[in-house]
Design a binder for this molecule. Sequence first.
Ligand code: NZQ
Ligand code: ZN
Length: 385
Amino acid sequence: MNNFEYCCPTHVVFGKGSIAKLRELIPQDKKVLMIYGGGSIKKNGVYDQVKAALEGYNLLEFGGIEPNPKYETCMKAVEIVKREGIDLLLSVGGGSTLDGTKFISLASCYDGDDAYDAIMIRGEHPNRAIPIGDVITLPATGSEMNNGAVVSRLATDEKLAFHNDNVYPRFSIIDPEVTFSLPVKQTVNGIVDTFVHTMEQYCTYDVNSPLQDDWALGILRTLIKEAPKVLANPTDYDARANIFWCATCGLNYWISLGIVQDWATHLIGHELTAFYGIDHGQSLAIVEPRLLKNQKVAKAQKLAKLAREVFGVTETVDLKAADIAIEKIEEFYNSIGMKTKLSDYGIDASEAAARIRDRFKKRGTQIGEKLQIDADVTYDILINC
Ligand code: NZQ
Ligand code: ZN
């Protein structure tokens, strides 16, 4: 196992009725900006629960953060934070709202001209950020317990990520009941995103970390078991709770401690979203099976272990078991209604492959656990998608 350090300062409050705890989590003298998305929280009662919990507080609101949050929108909130002297940002929504809030938190402490260039491209971060708390409404990103965010810029079709310890949420409220209202498409997106987060960390090469492997494989097994239950019965509290905790633990970094990580599926998927607007989960389900095929030899040992321990495969030859694992993963995605080909979204594979190869060539991109995936390998992967 490799050396590691771990410090997650997030106070997690999990379970039914936990939105009422906001009152205990936020001191009354704080000026709060509540940030939300396109309005789902007004339809499912979450907005009313937050307002009730924070009655009497100095509470301002900013709505309209879109899925794959846009820099251009976030900067409008930054103006409010600077003008009003906000003490705490309260994100109420999915991963996009929370990621947008993380960007707003940092950008509000940045005084230069172009916060996207500084924070997302040059990595020049201010040394402080406005504190964040959240009510997370969609199990997928793990953003509620990590220090990362992904923000897009409309003007340049870019979708990039940043990490900064100052944007770890101070607290995260995870109430599985708020996910009863999720559209099927978003439930499925979240399950696939969680599955792929787990794979990006687990599925590289062995560094003798059996506990982290077992945690990762446990997440995959739980997703496979619970997914059909939430799809059959969207108000199955226990299944919703299990899926949510899988999502949080899929990217709160526990399973990645001391191991080697990949993340190439995500970085290629982000480009598909940036250029073609498909959902994050959809992009991953398209790229991952073809990337695993392309990298099968390097990942054979982990794929074979997954085949045996998650899918009960009895094949003893690693490379053959690896093939079966990849087929089973794609079958799982299809079984919950997730499509896995570019053509399913009317996207031409050769056009997408060439476009993303050119962008990666310009950037000098090299990704994967051994930086083995460059622009040309990305082309080979995408042409088969
Ligand atoms: O905007 P509203 O009206 O709230 O509706 C949202 C949105 O349309 C809706 N929704 C959310 N919770 C709901 C709900 N509808 C009904 N009931 C609820 N309880 O769902 C739609 C999608 O929401 P969004 O926040 O975009 O989804 P998700 O949580 O999957 O976030 C996706 C974003 O997170 C980034 C992705 O790239 C993408 O931009 N990621 C962030 C990561 C991180 N911070 O660590 C890691 C991930 O790999 C991922 O890249
Ligand atoms: Zn993801």
